[in-house]
Write a protein that binds this ligand. Structure first.
Ligand code: SF4
Ligand code: SF4
Length: 180
């Protein structure tokens, strides 16, 4: 019994010594958030959704092709458009993403032929109510403005391009990417 107690005490002492060592010398794995911010976890990180703003028109680049709507596995994208009678071109009148249903697969940004919808590397976002994470067109454009203000221009993320598809089969806007 005494031997056992002694053995147990040694184990406790070892544990305490380890705790003390960690407390005094180990580098903390946490950071003082707000004062310090972690860099983006990895290239291609999929964060807050955005609609890229066309710098010429100030509006979205979206041409309402509906590819993102069709490919989204969560069915959380809703796009509505009207057709210009003269030019026969589509104009987006409603673009909505319910971010709470999104699984961040990135299919929408990969399939978009004009790089209009993207998942930015912005990860510091929260919602205190459901509507906060329901993004309409204006919010999505604002998300882009906030993100691009932190980036060098022109900004192109190679992860917007689908992988494994030969360049010749990609839409023109996707062919500008190399690598990945
Ligand atoms: S990342 Fe995936 S789930 Fe989220 S909106 Fe895009 S396609 Fe839908
Ligand atoms: S895939 Fe791109 S261009 Fe087509 S509807 Fe979606 S955001 Fe608009």
């Amino acid at each position: 019994m005494k031997i056992l107690e002694k053995a147990l005490l040694i184990e406790i002492l070892k544990g305490l010594a380890l705790t003390l060592r960690k407390m005094l010398f180990a580098k903390p794995v946490t950071i003082e958030y707000f004062d310090k911010v972690r860099p983006v976890p990895a290239p291609g990180f999929r964060g807050r959704h955005a609609l890229v703003r066309d710098e010429k028109t100030g509006d979205t680049l979206c041409i309402a092709c509906m590819r993102c709507v069709r490919v989204c596995p969560s069915k959380c994208i809703n796009v509505e458009y009207e057709v210009d009678k003269e030019t026969k071109k589509r104009k987006v009148v409603k673009y909505e993403i319910d971010a709470l249903r999104c699984v961040y697969c990135g299919y929408c940004e990969e399939v978009c032929p004009v790089n209009a919808v993207v998942l930015t590397e912005w990860y510091e976002y929260v919602g205190l109510k459901r509507e906060d994470l329901f993004f309409d067109k204006e919010k999505l454009l604002k998300n882009w403005d906030e993100f691009i203000a932190t980036q060098k221009r022109p900004y192109l993320n190679p992860f917007w391009k689908p992988r494994g598809i030969p360049k010749k089969f990609l839409p023109a806007k996707k062919r500008q990417f190399t690598g990945v």
